[in-house]
Design a binder for this molecule. Sequence first.
Ligand SMILES: [Fe+2]
Ligand SMILES: [Fe+2]
Length: 185
Amino acid sequence: MIDENLLWLLSSYRTSEISGALFFGQLARRLKPGAIQMDMTAHFADEAQHARYWTDCIAELGAQPLKLDASYQDKYLAAAGLPANLMEILAITQVFEKRVIRQYASHVSVPGLLPEIARTFDRILQDEKWHVRWVGDALQSLAADYGADEIARTLDRYREADEAVYRATLEEHQQRLAALDWTRR
Ligand SMILES: [Fe+2]
Ligand SMILES: [Fe+2]
C-alpha cells in the first residue's frame, strides 16, 4: 500500500482534474462558435484525460482513489463568483491554471518521486503549459473589446480570491506534501 499522504495527494489531483473538466466543459457548451470555443473544447478534453491519468497512476501503484469532498475548484468558484462574460471566463481560467501548475511543480520537485508519478506529471504538464498559453493569447485578443486595464483588474480580483482559497484549503496540500514518507511506496 502506498503512503497515506501520497494517496490523499494523488486522489486530490484526480478530483481537481475532474472538477476542471466539468467546469471547462460547461463553459465550452456556452461559448459561441470560433477559435475560443475550439480551444476551450480541447482544454476540457485534456482535463478529463488528466483525471484518467491520475486514476490509472493510482491503480498502477496498487491503490484506489479516495473519495474526497469539494475540490479546490468548487471552493474557488464560491469565493470568486461565476464569471459574467467571456473575458471573465478566460481570466478565471488563467488564474486557475497557474495555480494548478504551481501546485504540481511543488510536488515534482520533492525528492524520491516514484517513476509512475513522474511520468504522469510529465504527460500532464505538457498540456498545462498549452492551457496557460492559449488562455493568455485569447485574453490579449480581447483587449480591444474590454480594455487592458479592465482585464488587469479582473485578473487581480481572481488572484485575490485564489490566494484566499489557497490559504483556506490548499494548506492541507502543503502539509501532506511535507509529511510524505519517501521510504514507502
Ligand atoms: Fe489538468
Ligand atoms: Fe489545465
